[in-house]
Ligand binder design. Structure first.
Ligand SMILES: CC(C)(COP(=O)(O)OP(=O)(O)OC[C@H]1O[C@@H](n2cnc3c(N)ncnc32)[C@H](O)[C@@H]1OP(=O)(O)O)[C@@H](O)C(=O)NCCC(=O)NCCS
Length: 219
């Protein structure tokens, strides 16, 4: 299914600020000069029909917080930076954020609540499960399959057609030429599994952004 950009991604949003359920006492402080609105209780004070995008780098924590946000009635915002290049027939799941300078090849399918960080490429026909994180400068080549909650480290490369199981982690600057089993970690060039499996820690800063559609500045 070709879910076109104009259909899925508003170009204008009014960015209200951050929710931080892990630190509701930060209310009144700012982050990147935007207000921290509080924890989940802040939703009672905010307008209805809010959209959110998640700013957490750990796939598992993304899954937890995004699931909770949706349970509380927030709508996922699918955000694509204006200079990203999306080929035809790219399918982007709700809540996925695509950063500056990203290139996505034809027929790639990106799951829900993924981060495709800046300057990354996702090759043709690649399949990314929900909550995957592709770090800056990484390259996911054509026909690669990533399970849910896979983390690809910065500038890492996944060779064409390889499969990475759910919850696996590929370290920064690694080059993966084999498949990875669910939950495995791998590092190096070429990448080899190492144990115990490593997990990306939850980022200590703000996990959830609140965004309301309407007049405002461009992203
Ligand atoms: C793979 C990773 C998750 C492992 O993290 P960790 O468990 O904290 O690993 P450590 O720092 O304890 O390192 C363990 C060993 O692996 C080595 N190592 C860690 N990451 C490596 C990498 N990417 N490539 C090669 N070797 C690596 C370390 O040098 C260390 O070796 P040693 O035991 O001989 O000293 C982490 O190093 C990594 O690559 N994270 C991705 C970071 C990233 O891309 N962030 C995106 C920010 S937007």
């Amino acid at each position: 299914m070709d879910r076109g950009r104009s259909e899925r991604h508003p170009s204008i949003v009014d960015f209200l600020g951050f929710l931080d359920p892990a630190a509701p006492t930060k209310i009144g402080q700012t982050h990147y000069d935007r207000p921290i609105l509080g924890g989940w209780e802040a939703l009672q004070r905010l307008p209805r029909q809010l959209h959110f995008a998640c700013g957490i780098g750990s796939p598992e924590v993304r899954r937890k917080e995004c699931t909770e946000a949706e349970r509380r009635g927030l709508q996922p915002a699918t955000l694509v930076f204006p200079n990203a290049v999306l080929a035809r027939h790219v399918d982007i799941g709700e809540g996925t954020v695509i950063g500056v300078g990203v290139v996505v090849g034809p027929c790639a399918r990106l799951g829900r609540h993924c981060v495709i960080n800046h300057q990354t490429t996702v090759g043709h026909d690649a399949r990314l499960g929900d909550f995957c994180v592709v770090s800056p400068g990484a390259r996911v080549l054509g026909n690669v399959v990533l399970g849910e909650c896979v983390f690809i480290g910065t500038t890492a490369t996944v060779f064409q057609g390889r499969c990475i199981g759910a919850g696996a982690t590929l370290g920064a600057n690694s080059f993966l030429i084999s498949d990875l089993k669910p939950g495995q970690s791998a590092i190096g060039v070429p990448a080899s599994p190492f144990s115990p499996p490593r997990k990306i820690p939850a980022t200590p800063h703000i996990p959830v952004e609140s965004i309301e559609q309407g007049p405002g500045g461009e992203l």
